[in-house]
Design a protein around this ligand. Structure first.
Ligand code: FES
Length: 165
């Protein structure tokens, strides 16, 4: 993991209030991929008339993530997100959308926060919890889809509850 300096000017208000903000040394541990997805997040926005919407929040830091899915023949044909959160939350949202765009619902269900972190070449240990929001937001959107369509919920989504930390 390459160390780099980081300009505080890029941080959002939420970053500044984040419990991790005071540890500026953490910022120097972000990988190039994390920085790229933070500074140039993919698939940001809203899908009007989305087939599924999932929203989750981290009660400890207050960050919120919302995912919108367009689904056609069990394939995620489009995905957008809005994240009110720290840099890690934005980067992991962006990467997660890239990983499941064009994938089937079953494939999307298998996405883990670990896979997202790996795809970003890692996160500082204290920021790994931020990646859970992306996995949870996608699962929440899939729950919404199965509920709306009345289709049988996959076993792994039955009783789904977002993580609380
Ligand atoms: Fe809240 Fe990163 S500090 S998701």
């Amino acid at each position: 993991m390459r160390k780099r300096s980081y300009r505080v000017a890029y941080m959002t208000d939420n970053d500044k209030s984040c419990r991790c903000f005071k540890e500026e040394t953490i910022m120097s541990l972000y990988t190039d991929k994390v920085m790229d997805h933070f500074e140039n997040p993919r698939n940001v926005g809203v899908i009007e008339n989305a087939d599924a919407v999932g929203e989750v929040g981290n009660p400890l830091c207050g960050d919120i993530m919302k995912m919108y899915l367009k689904i056609d023949d069990d394939v995620i044909t489009d995905i957008k997100f809005k994240t009110f959160g720290c840099g890690s939350a934005i980067a992991t949202s962006s990467m997660a959308t890239e990983l499941i765009k064009g994938k089937t619902l079953d494939e999307a269900l298998e996405l883990t926060n670990k896979a997202v972190v790996d795809a970003l070449d890692g996160l500082p240990a204290r920021k790994v919890h931020c990646s859970v929001l992306a996995e949870d937001a996608i699962k929440a959107a899939l729950v919404d889809y199965y509920e709306k369509t009345g289709r049988e919920m996959p076993e792994s989504l039955v009783g789904f509850e977002p993580h609380e930390d």
